[in-house]
Design a protein around this ligand. Structure first.
Ligand SMILES: NC(=O)C1=CN([C@@H]2O[C@H](COP(=O)(O)OP(=O)(O)OC[C@H]3O[C@@H](n4cnc5c(N)ncnc54)[C@H](OP(=O)(O)O)[C@@H]3O)[C@@H](O)[C@H]2O)C=CC1
Ligand SMILES: O=C(O)[C@@H]1CCC=N1
Length: 257
């Protein structure tokens, strides 16, 4: 996720690469990030903590609190800690950080890598409006970003954070069926991915209800309604909803650990 954000930020040209400071505990990953993106690789997490204005922590949720706890004594009071971890609440983050530390929870997704991310932003009470705006602007450099209340983050994990995985499965299945019908594999991925991308753009740009857009594709007695009837029979909608409910429940369970 960190690479996706760094890459998105570099591509946006919104700040010089060397102003982005990074640290990964694996020296090779650290130097690879510098070689690949031109960012400044720090020698230690403590050094990063001392210098950063906005510190984005992108380690696994189960390692985050211990990592922040170790950094605590090196942080400046005005540094804004940005956590992208699923299921780690503002309250738990605060418990591992100095009193009154500014904290923002962000839930991004991997399409940040290609400038098409979707990120939610949730500040704690010590963050100023201007600092929240700065983080919204930062994450808007590689996609869309919106402030949401903390209670909605589980839904965000389900509908955008984890969602690229479901869409990739959809694209893979569509391509498999096209291959079954004789289309070469590479072309099948291109056709399937472009169909998904174009359909998403139609929802975002037209503002029309997805049901209306679906109806427009279904010619009477035609091919599409056959596919739609089969999707209903095999429980496609229900499958998506159940998968997302499992995802949302896991996000909720992680936050209660
Ligand atoms: N992947 C996704 O689509 C999304 C992920 N997230 C969140 O992003 C976070 C990272 O997830 P993801 O990128 O998938 O995980 P990865 O395991 O791919 O990346 C985590 C990276 O952090 C490194 N790391 C671990 N501990 C430290 C430390 N103490 N100091 C410095 N670097 C460290 C890891 O190194 P090592 O290999 O040595 O463990 C690894 O390179 C998670 O909290 C997740 O909830 C949020 C939204 C979407
Ligand atoms: O799978 C995960 O836990 C992370 C959080 C959202 C996307 N990936």
């Amino acid at each position: 996720m960190a690479s996706a954000m760094i890459s998105g930020l570099i591509k946006s040209k919104s700040l010089p690469a060397e102003h982005i400071l990074v640290f990964d505990r694996k020296p090779k990953t650290n130097s690879d990030l510098h070689d690949q993106f031109g960012v400044t690789a720090m020698d230690s997490a403590n050094q990063l903590a001392e210098k950063a204005d906005y510190l984005i922590a992108a380690v696994k949720p189960n390692a985050l609190l211990e990592t922040l706890d170790k950094l605590s004594s090196h942080l400046r009071k005005e540094t804004v800690i940005v956590s992208v971890a699923a299921g780690v609440t503002l309250e738990s983050l605060a418990s591992a950080l100095p009193k009154e530390q500014k904290i923002i929870r962000v839930m991004p997704n991997t399409p940040c890598l290609v400038g098409e991310g979707m990120s939610s932003i949730t500040p704690n009470s010590t963050v100023t409006e201007q600092e929240t705006e700065t983080v919204v602007t930062l994450f808007s450099q590689f996609g869309k970003a919106e402030v949401v209340s903390e209670s909605l983050i589980h839904a965000v994990v389900g509908v955008s954070g984890s969602a690229p995985a479901y869409i990739y499965i959809l694209i893979e299945a569509m391509a498999d069926a096209a291959v079954l019908a004789g289309m070469p594999r590479a072309k099948a991925y291109q056709f399937a991915a472009q169909a998904v991308k174009g359909s998403a753009e139609m929802v975002l740009e037209s503002g029309k209800h997805p049901g209306e857009l679906k109806d427009n594709v279904c010619s009477p007695g035609g091919t599409t309604i056959e596919a739609v009837a089969m999707l209903e029979e095999t429980g496609f909608r229900s499958s998506i909803m159940q998968a997302m409910q499992a995802c949302i429940a896991k996000s909720d369970a992680l936050s209660k650990k």
